[in-house]
Ligand binder design. Structure first.
Ligand code: NAP
Length: 266
């Protein structure tokens, strides 16, 4: 953090939490940081809230790989993206003063819609039917037509997203040191006409996944980019690859991803 001195705070303007946030800003100033009003001017972005707030801060600041993100939770439960609790100010000061932090690098997804619109995801891309009817997706891995899915939808998650939506779909929890994407089904319909693998599968970082939505009248899916829904008219092809970008976050010593998984789920 030595060379990074411009700090931006991302938080919801909740009057009940403003005192705590002001206290954090005061500590930051006392430790020699400058608080800036725009995330573009910052080289440290502090997200206050839980994992949802962290995802929003990363998205709104444009998935910057030239700055450090710091997750501060204000919830009772542990958060996967947050190493600090808003009331544990001593831990923050100690981390700054003793250089007691390391940097984690989290893989990100690149998503292209119909070859032009481009997005990133830190947790996952989800594609879900917006009506009660099932919809059909041809799934390609690189140039191979792998399967034809019929059901409610597909979730493609990053390693850090593997503990979120993916986990509710019985996907595996993946170490963020493995740059990969996991594909999980939401309620696939399997019969003699439609057959899918039926289990989540993991693709390496040089693979391209293409989801081609069969245009049969139910071709208006809800596209979820982490915790944001994309409003689109009609989509044919969704291409997903691992991005060259990474998100860097502050990591306290002895607080690995697996410590967090253990604290959160076990
Ligand atoms: P939300 O619907 O208000 O909360 C979803 C829950 O997931 C929250 O408890 C959130 O933690 C937690 N979460 C988010 N990212 C996580 C991660 N990487 N590992 C473990 N838990 C995580 O929405 P939100 O808080 O804005 O989070 C958006 C995420 O919700 C999406 O990216 C998706 O993964 C997940 N989601 C899950 C389901 C499901 O499991 N059926 C359905 C839709 C969306 P905090 O309380 O700390 O924010």
């Amino acid at each position: 953090m030595e060379s990074r001195r411009n700090m931006f705070f991302s938080y919801k303007k909740d009057p009940a939490k403003l005192n705590d946030i002001q206290a954090l800003m005061t500590i930051a100033k006392e430790q020699g940081f400058t608080i800036v009003d725009r995330s573009a001017d910052a080289n440290i972005i502090v997200a206050i809230g839980g994992d949802g707030a962290f995802l929003q801060a990363v998205r709104k600041s444009g998935f910057r790989d030239d700055c450090l993100y710091v997750g501060v939770t204000d919830e009772v439960e542990a958060s996967l993206y947050c190493d600090f609790h808003i009331h544990d100010r001593d831990a923050m000061i100690e981390a700054i003063q003793t250089a007691g932090v390391e940097v984690r690098r989290y893989p990100v997804l690149d998503v292209h819609l119909d070859g032009h619109t481009h997005f990133h995801c830190l947790n996952e891309l989800s594609v879900r039917s917006s009506i009660i009817k099932t919809f059909v997706i041809d799934i390609h891995i690189d140039d191979l037509h792998f399967e034809t899915f019929r059901g409610d939808g597909i979730v493609v998650s990053t390693p850090t997203g593997s503990t979120a939506y993916n986990r509710s779909l019985n996907g595996a929890v993946v170490d963020p040191r493995i740059p990969c994407m996991q594909v999980s089904e939401i309620a696939s319909l399997n019969n003699n006409q439609f057959r899918t693998l039926g289990s989540p599968f993991v693709l390496g970082d040089s693979r391209k996944l293409t989801l081609s939505i069969v245009q049969d009248g139910n071709d208006y899916p809800i596209i979820g980019l982490d915790n944001e829904a994309l409003s689109v008219q009609s989509i044919k092809n969704i291409e997903v690859e691992m991005s060259g970008k990474i998100i860097k976050t502050v990591k306290l010593k002895n607080n690995s991803f697996w410590h967090k998984v253990q604290r959160t789920f076990l």
